[in-house]
Design a protein around this ligand. Structure first.
Ligand SMILES: Nc1ncnc2c1ncn2[C@@H]1O[C@H](COP(=O)(O)OP(=O)(O)O)[C@@H](O)[C@H]1O
Ligand SMILES: [Mg+2]
Length: 286
């Protein structure tokens, strides 16, 4: 007898508005455990909004999201979902060390005292080692390079043991070595059973990185293999004209409204229980 499988990620008909701005419109997708899915789309296409909706940081006007069968709030509180935010969404001046950031991944397991036990410390050290940051563990998070910062957040999700991982442009502004390290780690984590969604502008690297890919422009335009998504006629669905040979330029830095340091400042996972308020333009839910 076959058992019906619950997909690790289900996003069903999700619409998100910021005031007048329609950021997502009836977005629907699902992803099985053990798969890496690339999210491709122009700036402003709603990639970050999709991740924030999945984290319960912004509230959909409509639709449902389930992560390993849990609501976003429960998935976040239980540590089921790990999030590597876009650079702009992090307060890099926050006075925490790399080890502190990775330890935050264990909060869901630590109970109200947040006192790390031996297992927590071991998981943090192992995650730091896997991303190659063990020697920089005591450094303030803002004093890392772009690639090292991303690796620190990946380590946090590893320490957390998240079954669903969301990475918002983890390759933007990182060196080649960090990109390769992160790609290898994501492949390993998927092989261990994680479901991974990763937005990226690096189209060349997509086939190595991802098992499947989504073209997003407010809606899911196409969800197929990386090879199919990369066909010029399909890319044209999302970008108008097919992009040239290089990576996609960040032509529109209109992300500015996104950053409130939600992640590093979010030191109270109990707050994840709260129902987010309606979204207001220019201000992000915390
Ligand atoms: N906090 C916000 N307030 C108002 N508009 C926003 C906010 N965040 C994003 N937007 C708008 O929503 C749309 C989708 O943005 P976003 O999800 O950041 O796209 P992407 O990550 O693909 O660049 C854009 O038009 C953007 O300007
Ligand atoms: Mg974005």
């Amino acid at each position: 007898m076959t058992r019906a499988r619950v997909p690790a990620v289900r996003v069903d008909d999700v619409t998100v508005r910021y005031g007048e701005v329609l950021a997502l419109e009836g977005a629907t997708l699902s992803l099985e455990a053990g798969r890496v899915c690339g999210i491709i789309g122009m700036n402003g296409a709603g990639k970050s909004t999709l991740f924030k909706a999945m984290m319960g940081i912004v509230r959909p006007d409509r639709g449902r999201i389930a992560l390993e069968g849990l609501s976003t709030a429960r998935a976040r509180k239980s540590g089921t979902v790990g999030y590597v935010p876009q650079n702009e969404a992090v307060d890099w001046a926050f006075p925490v060390s790399v080890r502190d950031v990775v330890t935050m991944g264990r909060y869901g397991r630590m109970g109200p005292t947040r006192r790390p036990r031996r297992a927590d410390r071991a998981a943090v050290a192992e995650a730091l080692d896997r991303v190659g940051l063990i020697d920089l563990a005591e450094r303030q998070i803002g004093r890392l390079s772009g690639g090292q910062r991303k690796r620190a957040f990946v380590a946090r999700a590893i320490a957390q043991g998240a079954g669903v991982m969301l990475l918002d442009e983890p390759f933007a502004g990182v060196d080649r070595r960090s990109e390769q390290t992160i790609t290898r780690l994501l492949r390993e984590l998927a092989a261990d059973g994680a479901a991974i969604l990763v937005s990226t502008h690096d189209l060349h690297a997509l086939p190595q990185l991802a098992d499947e890919a989504i073209l997003l422009n407010r809606r899911v335009l196409l969800h197929d293999t990386p090879e199919a998504v990369l066909r010029p006629e399909n890319l044209a669905l999302a970008f108008g004209t097919p992009p040239g040979d290089g990576d996609l330029a960040d032509a529109d830095p209109s992300d500015a409204g996104a950053g409130t340091g939600a992640d590093l400042v979010r030191t109270d996972p109990a707050g994840a229980d709260a129902d987010p308020e309606p979204n207001t333009p220019g201000q992000e839910q915390r």
